[in-house]
Design a protein around this ligand. Structure first.
Ligand SMILES: *Cc1c(COP(=O)(O)O)cnc(C)c1O
Length: 227
């Protein structure tokens, strides 16, 4: 299967999951996750109609955006960002899905101001209780949102999470339901917004769509296993 064929079949599965959940297929965006895969595969996906790609490491994102400069391709950073990488994210990223600390937010604000740029961000929430997954605690979200409101170069679009990797569907679903509940709480305290829910990966995206995902981040299902 080629990348183009995989994109087509995975998009069909997304559309099917939407219909099964009573949702409009156009309400879910597919973000291809290109981490560890080469620029030729990104180019192939671009020819198939995709212009934004997920990368979890800032260094890799920087290398790829240099290699693909001028080709109309952008990157969403989806992995943990060290504060000392804020400059590269501010300069190069089209979106950040993994904002998880006020320290990082403040560093980004300063860099973005210097560049006269604004950056769409999603706040990563840890819905699994697994420390290696990163993200703020669900209960911290309203306070974090309040603090972000003072940083005008960051444009809060919504929330992101990674579910537990489990064969138990209910355990996975609970993570996605938690993110939706955090969204509802934030809408209450901030008066609306937070529309984007970035959740669902190759192994669990139909469950995420059932629980309101607006972006699913798929790597393996499109590009194959990562070495
Ligand atoms: C790698 C990665 C994905 C994609 O995972 P697949 O299982 O390959 O689809 C999604 N989100 C994040 C944050 C990732 O790091």
């Amino acid at each position: 299967m080629t990348v183009t064929e995989n994109l087509r079949s995975v998009r069909t599965r997304i559309d099917d999951a939407c219909r099964a959940a009573g949702r409009d297929p156009s309400s879910v965006t597919l973000l291809p996750v290109s981490k560890y895969h080469g620029i030729d595969q990104i180019r192939e996906a671009h020819r198939a109609g995709y212009a934004l790609f997920g990368e979890n490491r800032v260094q890799e994102m920087a290398e790829k955006s240099e290699a693909l400069a001028g080709e109309g391709i952008g990157f969403a950073v989806i992995g943990r960002v060290q504060t000392n990488k804020a400059k590269q994210v501010a300069e190069l990223a089209a979106e950040l899905h993994s904002l998880d600390s006020l320290r990082l937010a403040t560093a980004l604000q300063r860099r973005l101001q210097g560049l006269g740029r604004r950056l769409p961000v999603l706040v990563q929430v840890n819905t699994s209780g697994e420390p290696q997954k990163g993200g703020i605690e669900p209960s911290e979200a309203p306070e974090f949102a309040k603090q972000l409101a003072g940083l005008d170069a960051l444009v809060p679009m919504g929330l992101m999470t990674m579910a537990v990797n489990s064969p138990d569907r209910a355990v996975v679903a609970a993570c996605f339901a938690t993110l939706a509940a955090v969204q509802a709480a934030l809408r209450d305290t901030t008066g609306g917004g937070w529309d984007e829910l970035s959740m669902g990966m190759s192994g669990d995206f139909p469950i995420a769509i059932e629980h309101g995902a607006t972006t699913v981040r798929l790597g393996t299902a499109i590009f194959g296993p990562r070495g």
